[in-house]
Design a protein around this ligand. Structure first.
Ligand code: SAM
Ligand code: SF4
Length: 326
């Protein structure tokens, strides 16, 4: 078990497989983003070794993210090796879904149990504006392929004022009348040099719920408001799926946080919204033993920060979202 100094059991690792992406969402990265050279990223064997070490330290849940995790050419093999690692109970992925049409079935066979697919609007033109060039039909093909492959699906939408905060949110919420999916609305978070845009475009959860209720009727709180991961769940009266609200900025869930993140360049990031990171790459490449790496990870976890300090204007500047993975 990996405990931090506040008694939280940190057992969920989100691994960024690459900082590269086949989209350029406006809230995530600048259009002219430069990516890290391949040799600076964790290589396959380095990754497998770290997965084994984290599992031996009591991590049970692993989620692959990016950039876009499916652009890493051997993503299926990475999922398989992770799912086979003793101690690993759940393997999940967060993806923009563009390549899932072909990959969903092999990923499911390799052991992928859950997928969060990002779709900020079902309107093709607006989808293009938000992603800078994405085709929403390709995401739908990915969603259907994941469903056919038997992978549990959640949909993620980041809400940006004046882009998708009105009818788009209602359209997405309406999907839960016909599908058992969880449709989750994510409050935009500020990072690096896109922070000004992100802060001015944030839409509070209460406003979103009111917009949805106005068109689709009242929202009922699910499970007395108990968080499902980071999401507070609601249901439309006739709904078969759930609506989730992830309000990391205005209603942080730090007390129940069990997460750590491994960036594609081998840094252990203890809180999404804080710059503190522990360099695992250098010891890994300089011959550290498993025991030495475990000690470095345990020390890092122990000092995991409590939460963000956005209200004190402390904004993480050292990376943008695509370099951390969400
Ligand atoms: N490319 C994959 C995708 O888009 O799902 C995985 C990586 S992406 C960084 C992970 C999640 O973070 C996505 O759901 C994305 O919409 C969300 N995200 C990106 N930038 C964000 C921001 N500034 N605030 C909140 N969520 C953000
Ligand atoms: Fe790529 Fe995901 Fe960032 Fe969009 S949110 S640019 S799909 S990493």
């Amino acid at each position: 078990m990996s405990l931090d100094r506040f008694g939280r059991n940190i057992n969920y690792l989100r691994i960024s497989l690459t900082d590269k992406c086949n989209l350029r969402c406006v809230y995530c990265m600048p259009e002219d983003m430069t990516f890290r050279p391949r040799q600076e990223l964790l290589q396959d064997e380095e990754l497998y070794r770290l997965v084994r070490i984290f599992a031996e330290l009591g991590f049970v849940k692993f989620r692959f993210t990016g950039g876009e995790p499916t652009v890493r050419s051997n993503v299926v093999e990475i999922v398989r090796r992770t799912a086979e690692t003793p101690g690993v109970r759940q393997v999940a992925m967060t993806t923009n879904g563009l390549l899932l049409d072909k990959l969903a079935q092999p990923l499911a066979e390799a052991g992928l149990q859950r997928v969060n697919i990002s779709i900020d609007t079902i309107n093709p033109e607006k989808f293009q504006t938000l992603t800078r060039w994405g085709e929403v039909e390709e995401v739908w093909a990915g969603i259907h392929a994941a469903q056919a492959a038997g992978i549990e699906i959640k949909l993620n939408a980041v809400v940006v004022r004046n882009y998708n905060d009105k009818e788009d949110v209602v359209d997405l919420a309406r999907l839960t009348l016909f599908q058992h999916w969880q449709v989750r609305f994510i409050e935009m978070m500020p990072f690096g040099d896109v922070a000004d845009f992100q802060q001015s475009g944030i839409v509070p959860e209460a406003e979103l719920r009111a917009t949805i209720a106005e068109s689709l009727g009242p929202l009922e709180l699910v499970d007395n408001g108990r968080l499902d991961g980071e999401a507070r769940l609601y249901r439309l009266q006739e709904g078969i799926g759930n609506l989730g609200f992830i309000s990391s900025v205005t209603q942080p869930f730090c007390a129940s946080c069990t997460r750590a993140r491994l960036t594609a360049d081998g840094r252990l990031r203890l809180c999404l919204l804080r710059e503190k990171e522990v360099n695992l790459m250098d010891p890994l490449r300089n011959g550290a033993s498993d025991e030495q790496l475990k000690a470095i990870i345990e020390e890092g976890v122990w000092w995991k920060p409590w939460g963000h300090k956005l209200d004190q204007e402390v904004i993480p500047l050292n990376r943008v979202m695509s370099e951390i993975g969400g």
